[in-house]
Design a protein around this ligand. Structure first.
Ligand code: ZN
Length: 414
């Protein structure tokens, strides 16, 4: 059986792993990309003044908060913000399934075709798999616990989640953060990840107070945990971020979420382990008013950085494109093509999918986003693609336009 070829001509094709092609052609067969070229002898569908880019990769979100219409006051001190999250979860106990579905469709409409989601409680696989069209997900089961009973139950949960057999999605584990995970629970999660080659994601160095807690068992988090009745003696003290980074470096693949307060020697450790990716969430980082993020320092010494939106509990939307535009506006001297790579190919590799997606490369899945160009005649995609006014106009998933104007056109044509 032969599968027919469909060729799309666009003002720009931006493969990301090669230079952009003006008036290029993307040829798709079934769910695969078969050719990226500057000309094509056969019939073509002309998409007009758009740039075709790889489907965007959102390396970090918590879809359970996707029903929120505005962030939960991210300007507050961090532990106060966590209290708000706890209260929201208590007030909205049954909202997780619909929030996950809402978040998946918002992500897909925004050009995201692969995402890393932290799943906490109140969810099932059906919340993901019921959606007919959605991004592929790496679902990291969140693990939290400081008491002996809780740790034992969470270790069981980690084992159960790691052995889930999902045909389309990928399982991961997320020992939450230094202030919420007993060392024994972290150790068990790392052993599980090592044994099964499971991805791990940890929130690390999001705040300066974590360093104080790890080193001296003191500070903001001690007060916070004590006030909730969760403080345990003997868990914290004489520990460092470097201990966590050493442990993560032993894994096949890991994500360090945020890393806002990692110092130069910790960044150097990360750089020596490029399979451990730091995930920078630019708008969330800005909303909390942290000092400048060290992502460029890490890249400069050879480390790996990918991009996430974080959740709607800290961000107004789940648009990875807006995240990249925000970065481009903050760093006008940086080639936007480099930023786009962080939000596509680097993210795909970080989530363990780099051989299947993340760039417009023959043989990879035809996961593509179309960007409408505000000024098509003069747009240089290396420096101007992320400019204000250029918007995601459509999403192709496995060779089919599923969102935006081209999906509607295909539907009309039957
Ligand atoms: Zn997070």
């Amino acid at each position: 059986m032969t599968t027919s070829l469909t060729a799309y001509r666009a003002r720009w094709i931006v493969p990301v792993d090669a230079r952009p092609i003006a008036n290029g052609v993307l040829v798709v067969s079934g769910d695969r990309i078969v050719r990226v070229a500057d000309q094509w002898p056969g019939p073509m569908t002309d998409l007009g003044d758009v740039a075709l880019i790889p489907g965007l990769v959102n390396c970090h979100t918590h879809l359970e908060f996707s029903a929120l219409t505005e962030p939960l006051s991210p300007g507050l001190p961090f532990t106060d913000w966590i209290r708000r999250v706890i209260r929201y979860r208590q007030e909205q106990p049954g909202i997780v399934p619909q929030a996950i579905q809402k978040g998946l469709s918002e992500s897909l409409a925004g050009g995201v075709t692969l995402l890393g989601d932290i799943a906490s409680t109140g969810w099932t696989w059906a919340d993901y798999t019921n959606a007919a069209m959605r991004p592929r997900c790496v679902v990291f089961q969140e693990l939290l616990g400081l008491s002996d009973e809780r740790v034992a139950a969470q270790i069981e949960l980690a084992k159960q989640h790691s052995s889930a057999n999902q045909p389309f999605d990928i399982v991961g584990l997320s020992p939450h953060a230094p202030y919420s995970v007993h060392p024994e629970l972290l150790g068990a999660a790392l052993i599980e990840a090592q044994a099964r080659s499971t991805s791990i994601a940890v929130h690390l160095a999001e705040t300066a107070a974590e360093r104080e807690l790890l080193a001296d068992a003191s500070g903001e988090f001690r007060e916070f945990l004590s006030s909730l009745g969760l403080w345990r003696e003997g868990i914290f003290g004489e520990r460092t971020f470097a201990d966590w980074l050493h442990a993560l470096a032993e894994l096949p693949r890991a994500l360090v979420i945020h890393g806002n307060y990692l110092n130069q020697s910790e960044l150097a450790m990360l750089a020596r382990s490029p399979h451990v990716t730091m995930v920078y969430c630019p708008r969330t980082h800005a909303a909390f008013g942290h000092p400048p993020h060290p992502w460029q320092d890490l890249i400069a010494i050879g480390g790996t950085v990918a991009i996430g939106t974080d959740s709607r509990a800290t961000n107004p939307d789940l648009s990875l494109w807006r995240e990249l535009q925000f970065l481009a506006a903050m760093h006008p001297d940086m080639p936007q093509h480099d930023l786009l790579k962080l939000g596509t190919l680097t993210g795909a590799k970080a989530l363990g999918c780099g051989s299947q997606c993340g760039s417009l490369t023959p043989g990879k899945r035809a996961d593509v986003a179309a960007v409408s160009l505000a000024d098509p005649a003069s747009c240089d995609p290396v420096y101007q693609l992320l400019n204000t006014g250029n918007e995601i106009a459509g999403t192709m998933l496995a060779g089919r336009w599923v969102c935006g104007r081209f999906a509607r056109r295909e539907e009309a044509q039957g």
